[in-house]
Design a protein around this ligand. Structure first.
Ligand SMILES: *Cc1c(COP(=O)(O)O)cnc(C)c1O
Length: 239
């Protein structure tokens, strides 16, 4: 247990150093970037240790794993981000613990989230997940709406009771014109964020960058990076 704590502390310190260096290189203040630790596939005990080490934001991508973990960690001062593809039949459960859903990508999901947030008397933060591997108004391989669909979906979120439009999220695409070009992909996301903020000035969150490409995301202007492997280790299974 102590070994695991030391390991997590050392990994966190390394990630912190990387974020600080990336901020310095980009001429940004360190506090402009928030670290979200992606704890998927790892146990609640790790989440607890991370909270003790000062982590305040965690993310999960599967409700089946996240719901019991969040329940076990309900006493901790953590914000929970949901970052996975979300089916409407899981919405009730997710709204029970998530503070932010980063993977909002279709109108039907917005309607379901709004209904459930209102029912439970919660305000839920929403990021539109942008699929940069989609065609102009298409959909992404791993969820997300194409750039052409962002505006309409954002307006819908902003008009939906119980929901707060916080900004945009993306995962650097493995296929299509941005494959292997993280810097350009994140730059495109920033342009979309600029457009979004014309209509919705408060929606200024930009969630981009993971263990392998957080530097490029910070350079582009991301406000939130989502880091799993670099903090917790290589995941034992796909997730
Ligand atoms: C797993 C995951 C991450 C973290 O990825 P790592 O490469 O482990 O840092 C970030 N964002 C999303 C949406 C994820 O599913």
């Amino acid at each position: 247990m102590t070994d695991r704590r030391d390991e997590l502390a050392a990994n966190l310190a390394k990630v912190e150093e990387r974020i600080a260096a990336a901020c310095a290189a980009a001429g940004r203040k360190r506090d402009e970037v928030t670290l979200i630790v992606v704890t998927k596939t790892y146990p609640a005990s790790d989440v607890r240790t991370l909270a003790e080490l000062g982590v305040r934001h965690v993310a999960e991508n599967r409700d089946q794993d996240a719901a019991p973990k969040a329940a076990e960690c309900a006493d901790l001062p953590l914000s929970w981000h949901f970052v996975g593809q979300l089916q409407t039949n899981k919405v009730r459960s997710v709204v029970g613990y998530a503070d932010v859903v980063q993977s909002v990508d279709r109108a039907r999901l917005v309607t379901a989230l709004s209904k459930e947030a209102e029912r439970s008397g919660r305000e839920l933060g929403c990021l539109i997940q942008v699929a940069l591997d989609a065609g102009v108004s298409g959909r992404g391989e791993r969820g997300g709406v194409g750039p052409g669909g962002v505006g309409e979906l954002a307006d819908l979120v902003a008009a939906s009771p119980g929901l707060r439009l916080d900004g945009l999220m993306t995962v650097a695409p493995l296929t299509g014109e941005y494959a292997g070009r993280q810097q350009e992909a994140f730059g495109r996301l920033m342009d979309l964020s600029t457009d979004l903020r014309r209509a919705h000035p408060a929606a200024n969150m930009v969630s981009a960058g993971m263990s392998a490409d957080l530097e490029q995301a910070v350079a582009a202007g991301a406000t939130h990076v989502r880091v799993g492997t670099a903090v917790l280790g290589v995941r034992p299974r796909l997730g």
